[in-house]
Design a binder for this molecule. Structure first.
Ligand code: KIV
Ligand code: ZN
Length: 497
């Protein structure tokens, strides 16, 4: 079987999603999970873009052993120098440099011409080669770059020493056969193509990222750039789990990855929780309903023989239907064991704090499932906020005017306020605004149940605008009004000093 290298860019392209930014500790946690999952390359960040990104690449380089650590740059010397410095501790390192090659980028972004861009491409690769052996070059907007010119760029950068050449469909525009033909064209027309690996990097704007990636692989690409849960700007990137499982299910393609598919589900949950990015219920492979048969005909068929309706075994992606459900009587050891299975390792003191929260939740909710546990562990991770909700009391219903009183702890002081509103959330937020007197407007507000049942935990995502900037907040609680206020406070905590 041929081998496909999995290049994970959850921490770079995935993390560009507004509101999904992780701190360095959280990025290290994701990087370790990716290493356990078996990815070959981790794109850890874009070091020149911010001190935070630089630091994350440094720390991930120190922590991760097996995968190659990759840092993104533009075709700019300063970027390359900073990336090389950030990668200094990596056991295996790669610089990923590149430039736009489509007419749009050449003309309107760089105000340049094809020959100049070709020269800059070669110069960037040669410069990166001074610092690392492994240099990947991306031809941004390759999806809309004419094949003949693209082939000239690919040939030139391979000659200059590029080990991998990335062919991004940056705008998610290509049709699967078009993208496949592009890769085929390069395989057939570039001198020295066998000295490098061609990589796919597809965006999902038209819902074709996975199809395009598979088409690229069938036509000769041997690296796929992906993100966990397909997260990424706009409609996202190709989903790692989809590529891994397509190749596992379709043995006839004769291509394998090193992904330990049994870790897919826990990694998906970890990323979703840390990034506060819910996975849509019908998401392939990792969505809540991906293996749920609800129609009578399907249920009957599956009971007779699983393969009647299932092309994959849920256990192959790490979904354990027999997983123990924790209750108020479960001990700390059971909690620790379950969290470890989900990829979360907590030090004893943190575990104690999560256990306390777990018992409180178990008093309100009979069965505690994996999502609840990850939500609790995530909550514990963000206990560093300046403003905290002390209490919230709300009266609402039919025929009564909704009123709320709220207590906040800011620093070490307590503040209280009350307000009426046109609903319980409105009343609670108006009361909160009496304490935190800033210009701020709620722009987006979504409530989602994690699982099923009226005793479920509600997750709230909010976007709050303050002085022209949008801040993202998240809250989770069995009481959706409390979850809403938590989300509002979470957003405020991002701009109060
Ligand atoms: O989509 C894209 O073109 C990219 C490159 C920077 C690799 O993310
Ligand atoms: Zn991209």
């Amino acid at each position: 079987m041929d081998r496909l290298f999995i290049f994970d860019t959850t921490l770079r392209d995935g993390e560009q999603v507004p509101g999904c930014q992780l701190n360095t500790v959280e990025k290290i946690e994701v990087a370790k999970a990716l290493e356990n999952l078996g990815v070959d390359i981790i794109e850890a960040g874009f070091p020149v873009s911010s001190p935070g990104d630089f630091n994350s690449v440094v720390e991930i380089s120190k922590t991760v052993t097996w995968p190659i650590i990759c840092a993104l740059t533009r075709a700019v010397e300063k970027d390359i120098e900073v990336a090389a410095e950030a990668l200094q501790y990596a056991k295996k390192k790669r610089i990923h440099t590149g430039i736009g090659t489509s007419e749009y980028h050449i003309r309107y972004k760089f105000n340049s011409n094809q020959e100049e861009i070709l020269e800059r491409s070669v110069a960037a690769v040669k410069y990166a080669k001074k610092f690392v052996e492994d240099v990947e070059f991306y031809c941004e907007d390759a999806g809309r770059t004419e094949n003949e010119y693209l082939a000239r760029v690919v040939e030139a950068v391979i000659k200059a020493g590029a080990t991998v050449v990335n062919i991004p469909d940056t705008t998610g525009y290509c049709l699967p056969w078009e993208y496949g033909e592009k890769i085929k064209y390069l395989m057939e027309h570039v001198d020295g193509i066998h000295k490098a690996i061609l990589s796919t990097h597809c965006h999902n704007d038209l819902g074709m990222a996975t199809a395009n990636t598979i088409s690229g692989i069938i036509n000769g690409a041997r690296q796929a750039e992906v993100t966990v849960n397909g997260i990424g700007e706009r409609a996202g990137n190709t989903a790692l789990e989809e590529i891994a499982m397509i190749l596992k299910c379709h043995k006839k393609l004769n291509i394998e990855t090193q992904i330990n598919t049994k870790k897919i589900y826990s990694t998906s949950r970890l990323v979703s929780n840390l990034m506060n990015m819910p996975v849509q219920p019908n998401k392939a492979i990792v969505g809540r309903n991906a293996f749920a048969h609800s129609s009578g005909i399907h249920q009957d068929g599956v009971l007779k023989n699983r393969e009647n309706y299932e092309i994959m075994n849920p256990e192959d992606v790490g979904i354990d239907h027999n997983s123990i459900v924790l209750t108020a009587r479960s001990g700390r050891a059971a909690l620790k064991h379950r969290l470890n299975t989900l990829g979360v390792e907590l030090a004893d003191k943190k575990l104690d704090a999560v256990y306390e929260e777990f018992l409180k939740l178990a008093d309100r909710k009979k069965d505690i499932n994996d999502d609840d546990l990850l939500m609790l562990a995530g909550k514990e991770r963000s206990e560093r906020e300046r403003i905290k909700l002390d209490y919230l009391q709300v009266t609402s219903g039919v025929g009564v005017k909704p009123v709320a009183s709220i207590g906040l702890i800011i620093g070490s002081e307590k503040f209280e306020a009350a307000s009426a509103g046109n609903g319980p959330v409105d009343a609670a937020i108006k009361a909160l605004k009496k304490i935190i007197n800033r210009e701020m407007t709620l722009q987006e507000f979504t409530i989602q149940a994690i699982n099923k049942g009226s005793d479920d935990v509600g997750k709230v995502h909010m976007q709050v605008e303050h002085e022209g900037v949008v801040y993202y907040g998240f809250g989770a609680n069995t009481d959706i009004v409390a979850a809403s206020v938590e989300a509002y406070i979470d957003a405020i905590n991002k701009f109060v000093e």
